[in-house]
Design a protein. Structure first.
Length: 139
């Protein structure tokens, strides 16, 4: 048998209208990481830990565009669907299950998050090329 997963424990956190379109709201969890709840311009709602995988910047303060958010510290773009940094950056912010019912946003606060393991992301190191001597232009 596979590992059992606890049933979602849906907790109401706010009204969908409390989150600005193409914006975010923070859900404080005393002693645990804050959660950023995002509302895209098409009214889809997403939730991620409010911490960029790069340097821990507050994703809730970032610019929401489409189904992504740009971290305000160093410009990493994080997908709201899966929490993953867009290439060339690598890393992810943990996704929290979210749903909207009758205008209320619910989060699965008892869940363990989805989509990635904890840890900092990284920007791949560019490959260095060997310097080539300049062409000799003498006759």
């Amino acid at each position: 048998m596979g590992a059992s997963h606890p049933a979602p424990a849906w907790t109401p956190v706010c009204g969908v209208e409390d989150i600005p379109r193409a914006g975010a709201r923070v859900v404080k969890r005393g002693g645990a990481d804050d959660i950023a709840v995002f509302r895209a311009s098409d009214d889809h709602v997403f939730a991620l830990l409010d911490r960029c995988p790069h340097k821990g910047g507050p994703l809730s303060a970032g610019l929401v565009h489409g189904h992504a958010v740009t971290c305000p510290l160093h410009g990493w773009v994080i997908g709201l669907d899966d929490g993953r940094a867009q290439a060339p950056d690598e890393g992810c912010s943990q996704r929290i299950a979210a749903r909207v019912e009758d205008g209320t946003v619910y989060l699965d606060l008892a869940g363990h998050g989805h989509g990635c393991s904890q840890g900092q992301g990284r920007r791949p190191t560019p490959k260095l090329r060997t310097a080539q001597p300049a062409a000799d232009d003498s006759p």
